[in-house]
Design a protein around this ligand. Structure first.
Ligand SMILES: Cc1ncc(COP(=O)(O)O)c(C=O)c1O
Length: 476
């Protein structure tokens, strides 16, 4: 096991701590220092990153509970988070990072937001789980259904994986068909039938799928390229798609793609499933279906609707959802489904964020993405930073600092990733106290707590990081 030597960004031989990295400009350093004084950097450090990770690896496989966290594709050893505040996270050594991951999109208001904390505490005092209906799940279901036209009912589960898996079972149960069409580079969780050619961690770790998935489990999964409308026949139960692909970096849908899927499904009798686990209540005030005007038959939700706690949901038209047990023949269940603490957190988030907040965030993200890709290019690396609503992607390629074309599918994304520019850029950025995902297939998650001031720091750090990587490439 690699030893981080007590620094946050271990494997690259990082010598400095995150917030005080070498090469950081005086203005940035001053701003960091100022934030540190007021931003909670006074919380006690609680050990060393390397010690915690070594200890984790003794009882948790690979030291992590989800593979992307392991830094496997960027090298080095992950730091261990002690706490978060707004846009910042702090490791156990007290180093502070500007967090552009935000729990892979689950956190929208920022870490430890008082409204969420209060809702969670209040719910916890009333009891954490009953195995009986509670008001919170009803209120959250209503909040979702009123915001998403066409989605008349939702069933809560405990993760996005469960949501997608259950939506598929429902689609098969309703249509009586077995085949499922998915798109290369989209990720729908880790259920057997959906792991073929998935994005996110499956892509990051270079896995074709997973050992342990029998051929029979994926025999009915057809993987086709994103942004191309496939031909469907009467064996297809459903087409499941991320309406804005956010697990192969950011790949927006090209004009006519989602409309084409809708048409193809209608013509063949297949159901269209939008996996909005990332995009739901994150890309904008509601969903990508609302943004694009393309209405699927079923939706999958997760992340934001749980306010950072474990929640997923799938939903759709009433007559489709009626096929679920107990009213229908499609079985689906969960001990902790609709958990009152998690639904309280989700309700708190949806209640706190206004349409104006989403609009303001979308413009902040658009400005940030343009500045970020400009800074990386000025630092000498090729870059592109596409935007969809409040989501941004960041593609980093080798010198010179040209503008990259935003890929339209997984093959294109892989072409950029194969340049190998992301890992050193990631580490150079981390040494400057900015945390982006430790894998090139994720997107940047900004939330309501990221103000222009913080994002400006990230832009400046990105320019310096790119310059460091460019210099190193030139001296090789
Ligand atoms: C689009 C999409 N669907 C499904 C999932 C699976 O969700 P979970 O990790 O909560 O199981 C994810 C996770 O990132 C996702 O991005």
């Amino acid at each position: 096991m690699a030893d981080a030597g007590g620094t946050a960004a271990g494997g690259e031989g990082a010598g400095g701590t995150a917030a005080g990295g070498e090469g950081i400009g005086p203005e940035v350093a001053e701003a960091w220092a100022g934030r540190e004084a007021s931003g909670g950097g006074d919380r006690p450090a609680t050990g060393s990153n390397s010690a915690w990770f070594a200890r984790a690896a003794r009882t948790i496989p690979g030291g992590v509970d989800s593979p992307v966290r392991s830094f496997a594709s960027v090298g080095g050893t992950p730091f261990t988070v002690a706490h978060g505040e707004g846009p910042w996270i702090f490791d156990v050594e007290g180093n502070r990072y500007l967090d552009l991951v935000q729990s892979y999109g689950a956190v929208l208001l920022g870490h430890g937001h008082p409204v969420v904390v209060e809702a969670v505490c209040r719910a916890a005092t009333l009891g954490s789980s009953f195995g009986m209906p509670t008001p919170g799940e009803v209120l959250l279901a209503e909040a979702i259904c009123t915001r998403v036209p066409g989605c008349e009912q939702v069933r809560f589960v405990s993760s996005g994986t469960e949501a997608a898996m259950s939506a598929l079972r429902l689609a098969r149960g309703v249509t009586g068909r077995s085949r499922v069409v998915t798109f290369a580079g989209c990720y729908h969780g880790h259920s057997d039938g959906l792991l073929a050619a998935g994005g996110s961690g499956v892509a990051t770790l270079g896995l074709p799928g997973s050992a342990g998935v029998p051929a029979a489990a994926v025999a009915d999964t057809l993987v086709v390229p994103y942004n191309v409308v496939p031909e469907l026949d009467e064996t297809v139960a459903c087409v499941i798609v991320e309406p804005v692909a956010a697990n192969m970096n950011l790949v927006p849908p090209q004009e006519g793609f989602l409309e084409g899927l809708r048409r193809a499904c209608d013509e063949s009798g297949a159901l269209l499933v939008f996996d909005e686990v990332i995009t739901g209540f994150r890309v904008g005030p509601a969903t990508a279906s609302v943004l694009t005007g393309v209405v699927p038959d079923l939706w999958c939700f997760g992340k934001v609707i749980g306010g950072g706690l474990p929640v997923g949901a799938f939903g759709g038209r009433r007559e489709l959802m009626a096929a679920l047990a107990p009213s229908g023949p499609v079985y689906q269940a969960g001990t902790l489904s609709g958990n009152p603490i998690a639904t309280a957190a989700g309700l708190a988030v949806l209640g706190e964020v206004s349409v104006a907040d989403y609009e303001a965030l979308a413009s902040r993200v658009a400005r940030f993405a343009a500045a970020l890709s400009g800074a990386v290019r000025a630092g000498g690396l090729a870059a592109a930073a596409p935007v969809a609503g409040t989501l941004a992607g960041l593609y980093v390629g080798p010198p010179p600092g040209a503008e990259l074309e935003v890929p339209s599918d997984y093959e294109g994304v892989r072409g950029i990733v194969s340049s190998g520019s992301y890992p050193p850029f990631f580490h150079a950025l981390l040494r400057r106290g900015v945390m982006i995902a430790p894998g090139p297939y994720e997107v940047l998650f900004c939330g309501l707590s990221h103000r222009d001031a913080e994002l400006d720091l990230a832009v400046e750090a990105a320019g310096e990081a790119a310059a460091e990587v460019t210099k190193a490439a030139g001296s090789r």
